[in-house]
Design a binder for this molecule. Structure first.
Ligand code: MG
Length: 254
């Protein structure tokens, strides 16, 4: 199932994509079902939103071997975690705002995990039971501020720095999917999730031993090599096999 969050006639709801229609869904994330009596909504009549508004986004730094090399970093012995604020989330089609405080704004295409139910101290073998599904994420980064600051909060925390979507695919083995980032149609990143240093089940388990993961929380699993800058007016796309394409443009701050 492909889960979307959408706005139609002034209401925001969850739904399941069904061809050119959306079927409204009801209930908690770990027990979604068709909303009683709801009529299908034509996709063309709806505005697609970020598929979830997470309480927190736990992101993983340096989790592809090729990206570790291009950043001049050693392979990590454990996942390197940081948090992006929920206020950074935007949906596919929304604008990434280029802040005046940076002169180097990078895309980072990533596979993101969406959590379905509260997860604390989860063994790796049980991790999938806590996962709703998978979506695309752009871990937008002010690279100059990341280098300047000791940690990542400012460089990765601006509003609009967490494009997410367009859908959450619930029936998916995430272990070997093609991931591609395009800038104005040109391929800049292309890898497979089989190149992840720490895989999805391991990350859910590892993070759940640090902090409780709650329904709707997002884990962004890290970016492959080929990170690079965006300019105002650019279109950036993160496409993951069997999930879809997250597309955003870069706009000047007003
Ligand atoms: Mg990243």
């Amino acid at each position: 199932m492909k889960i979307v969050r959408f706005s139609h006639q002034g209401r925001e709801r969850l739904g399941a994509l069904d061809g050119d229609n959306i079927r409204e869904l009801d209930g908690p994330l770990d027990a979604l079902r068709g909303a009683a009596g709801a009529q299908p909504v034509a996709l063309s009549q709806a505005r697609i939103l970020a598929p979830v508004i997470p309480g927190k986004i736990v992101a993983v730094g340096v989790n592809y071997r090729d990206h570790a090399k291009e950043m001049g970093r050693e392979l990590p012995a454990e996942p390197m975690l940081f948090i992006k604020p929920s206020t950074a989330v935007i949906g596919s089609g929304d604008a990434i705002v280029y802040p005046p405080q940076t002169h180097r704004l990078d895309y980072e295409g990533e596979l993101a995990i969406v959590i379905a139910r509260a997860a604390k101290n989860v063994p790796e073998k049980d991790a999938r039971r806590y996962v709703l599904g998978f979506t695309c994420m752009n871990d937008v980064t002010a690279r100059d501020l990341q280098r300047l600051d000791v940690q990542f909060t400012r460089a990765k925390g601006f509003d609009t720095f967490a494009p997410l979507g367009p859908v959450i695919e619930t029936e998916l083995d995430p272990s070997d999917l093609q991931i591609e980032t395009r800038l104005n149609g040109e391929v800049r990143q292309r890898s497979r999730t089989s190149n992840l240093i720490f895989g999805c089940d391991y990350l859910v388990s590892f993070i759940s031993h640090v902090m409780t993961l709650l329904p709707g929380d997002v884990i962004s699993t890290g970016t492959p090599s080929g990170v690079g800058p965006m300019q105002v007016g650019d279109t950036v796309e993160v496409e993951i096999e069997r999930i879809g394409c997250l597309r955003n443009t870069v706009a000047a701050a007003r």
